[in-house]
Write a protein that binds this ligand. Sequence first.
Ligand code: HEC
Ligand code: HEC
Ligand code: HEC
Ligand code: HEC
Ligand code: HEC
Length: 296
Amino acid sequence: MRIILLLLIAAFVMPLSNVEAQKAKTIDELAKMFDASQCKSCHAEIYAQWEKSHHARPLMGVKGGLMLTPLALKKGEKGSTAFSEDDPKKMKISNFPCFKCHLPQAVTHAEDSVAVELTEALLAKDSEKVAKLQITCIVCHNEKAIIHKRELGGPEKGVLYSAKEVTSHPDATFKTVKKSAIMNNSVYCGQCHGLGPNLEFDQAFQCANLYGSYLHNYVSGGGTQSCQDCHMKKGDHLIAPNFNDEKQTSELLASALSLHVETLGYEWLRKANTYTPKVVVTTKITSNAGHRIPDG
Ligand code: HEC
Ligand code: HEC
Ligand code: HEC
Ligand code: HEC
Ligand code: HEC
């Protein structure tokens, strides 16, 4: 009887622990779940562009500045934040609200132990470990490809999504590419590029809000291009600007901003023989970006 009871309990407990087992416990496990290195062999050019992009190093900061470090510091310590804890072991996924956009797979696929490991890696300035966490091909072409989950269900395992369908895709794991309703639409980028302050957290804060600016300033003023039209011409996955490349960034900015200056110099004769030099400068800066710059 005991044995039968134990077996029954086991039968009920097993599926639950299987669900748990799907979540990554370590940084390596999470990186492996979303590893996209196999895509390189066939999509070499796109892969090389992506590797240089900010999406390939979303927790590294500009020029390797490990920008999540303030959250890892001890609560109360100089430079720490409201999300910090007094002991790194207390850090949870929810202590990093930044994951919503900088590493969305951590919210859905990682246990709190990943947050502890990340905190310790940040404190140890272990860039190599932090660099393993990326917005990979699979994050964009699976995890973030569906926004109407109530109607369409969540992204399926072993399926990629793109702007068009590919019925037999030669990858060993991802055998089909389904058409995503949003992949070539600005709302796709808007999932992470922000509408404004993130008010849904117990401690509100603001990071990127370009999508808000795009909708309420560019589109409402008659703008017709999508983020992809301007940033992903011919499928370019560098998705410039790359702020680690100063030359390219300043060239892009120079081509995006035009400066028109008009000056008028004159002398003001206030009283006899007293000439005061004056100048009128009219400056017009025109940006052809689809939103405010800079952002974030
Ligand atoms: C063995 C080669 C091979 C591998 C590996 C491979 N692909 Fe592909 N992929 C292709 C080919 C070929 C096509 C084009 C099929 C077509 O257009 O009919 C394609 C198409 C695609 C498309 C759709 C393109 C479009 O026009 O919208 C996406 C997205 C894609 N692959 C992503 C990936 C990702 C992500 C990986 C890694 C997880 C990957 N592929 C791995 C060969 C490969
Ligand atoms: C709503 C999505 C979103 C959230 C939430 C978010 N970020 Fe960001 N963050 C972005 C995007 C997108 C960029 C890059 C584009 C831009 O600047 O517009 C960015 C850029 C940054 C940058 C500048 C680039 C760099 O790597 O140095 C820093 C620093 C940053 N985020 C820190 C944080 C921190 C810390 C948190 C959590 C407290 C956070 N972000 C939460 C989306 C977000
Ligand atoms: C930040 C999100 C993001 C990442 C990361 C990303 N993609 Fe894409 N990818 C897109 C979007 C969006 C499109 C559709 C662009 C369009 O329709 O204009 C696209 C289009 C494509 C296409 C079709 C290209 C074409 O010429 O039509 C292929 C193939 C592809 N991606 C493969 C990959 C591979 C391989 C990786 C990893 C190396 C990758 N993507 C990483 C967002 C992403
Ligand atoms: C999964 C969330 C996510 C998606 C989807 C996404 N991005 Fe990003 N993007 C980010 C984050 C996070 C960064 C900043 C990484 C860092 O800290 O350097 C970034 C960086 C960038 C940058 C580099 C400039 C900068 O300020 O860092 C550009 C340009 C960009 N994204 C454009 C796009 C476009 C266009 C799309 C849609 C095709 C898109 N992104 C989709 C999260 C995302
Ligand atoms: C009409 C073309 C156009 C459209 C539409 C557009 N962008 Fe841009 N974007 C630009 C230009 C031009 C720049 C500035 C030049 C540069 O440095 O690349 C820029 C810069 C950026 C940057 C860097 C911001 C910074 O702080 O300097 C990000 C991130 C970005 N765009 C994301 C997006 C996203 C996401 C969308 C859609 C919601 C979008 N863009 C729509 C043209 C466009």
